[in-house]
Design a protein around this ligand. Structure first.
Ligand code: COA
Length: 258
């Protein structure tokens, strides 16, 4: 098995498990996570022993609390146009086998989008989900405008994205953002049990079913992706984004000085 700086990748019975491993920053996604994720997905997609993927975050406090704001604040329009997060998340959606996100604690911003790129989301009661990006002067540019919309419907997606509010597990379940909620210490096992159930079915049929399901929901998504990427590029040029993100980082410094 390859080793990665920011991920733990383990092979289980018939599937692999990827843990985003930066608990000191609530598993925030930096460039290294994106690179590692992309390399791990390429390796696992070509691995004959792997017929499914479970994604989770290290520790109990977060699945992934978003893109790393310390890195985002330095990002330019050109960086944004590279759409690196969107590219890695697309690889998850296109992963040949079923994918399940196991969500404990925060799944915010890019973390919520990462979970939306998975086929299925299982949560613990501690799950807190949302798209707070507009508060930072940017948009969720790695899939939420199209994936959240198709998951929870346009009205709920608009409410979540415009207000940036964070919802708890019960509300996420109610609007269909989570498939199920399981007790904290049982949610991972529930995902594994689902993988076992899937693994008893015909692998060829499951794989083709995933292609058919992706085709069914992806009719307009590529067009939406281009708008997300271009829009994000424009926003990364604006002063508002820099000052809002700096405010988040300064809050950290102020707390340290106390
Ligand atoms: N990027 C970089 N660092 C992050 C982060 C992110 N998205 N989310 C959390 N962290 C860091 C914090 O800065 C803190 O680091 P420190 O210990 O060096 O100060 C550490 O993770 C723990 O987070 P903290 O804010 O102390 O925990 P909390 O329980 O008080 O608050 C959140 C948790 C999730 C509400 C808060 O961290 C937050 O709002 N994070 C940003 C969420 C966000 O806007 N994501 C979208 C980005 S596009």
């Amino acid at each position: 098995m390859n080793t990665y700086e920011t991920l733990i990748v383990e092979k289980q019975e018939t599937w692999a498990e990827i843990t985003v491993n930066r608990p000191e920053v609530l598993n925030a996604i930096n460039l290294q996570v994106v690179k590692d994720l992309s390399a791990a997905l390429d390796a696992l997609a070509g691995d004959e022993d792997v017929r499914g993927l479970i994604l989770k975050g290290a520790g109990d406090k977060a699945f992934v609390a978003g893109a790393d704001i310390g890195e985002l604040v330095k990002r330019t329009r050109e960086d944004a146009l590279l759409a690196i997060n969107a590219g890695a998340f697309q690889k998850i959606e296109d992963f040949p086998w079923p994918t399940i996100a196991v969500i404990k604690g925060y799944a915010l911003g890019g973390g919520c989008e990462l979970s939306l790129a998975c086929d299925i989301r299982l949560g613990a009661p501690s799950a807190q989900m949302g798209q707070p990006e507009v508060g930072l002067g940017i948009i969720p540019g790695a899939g939420a405008p199209h994936r959240l919309t198709r998951q929870v419907g346009p009205g709920m997606a608009r409410e979540l994205i415009y207000t940036g509010k964070i919802i708890d597990a019960e509300e996420a379940l109610r609007i269909g953002l989570l498939n199920h909620v399981h007790p904290e210490d049982e949610v991972l096992e529930a995902a594994r049990e689902m993988m076992r159930t899937i693994s008893k079915k015909s692998p060829g049929a499951v794989r083709v079913a995933k292609l058919a399901l992706n085709a069914a929901v992806n009719t307009v998504d590529r067009r939406s992706q281009y708008i997300e990427i271009l829009g994000q590029g424009l926003l990364f040029d604006a002063e508002d984004q820099k000052s809002r993100m700096t405010r988040f980082l300064e809050r950290k410094k102020k707390r340290e000085q106390k």
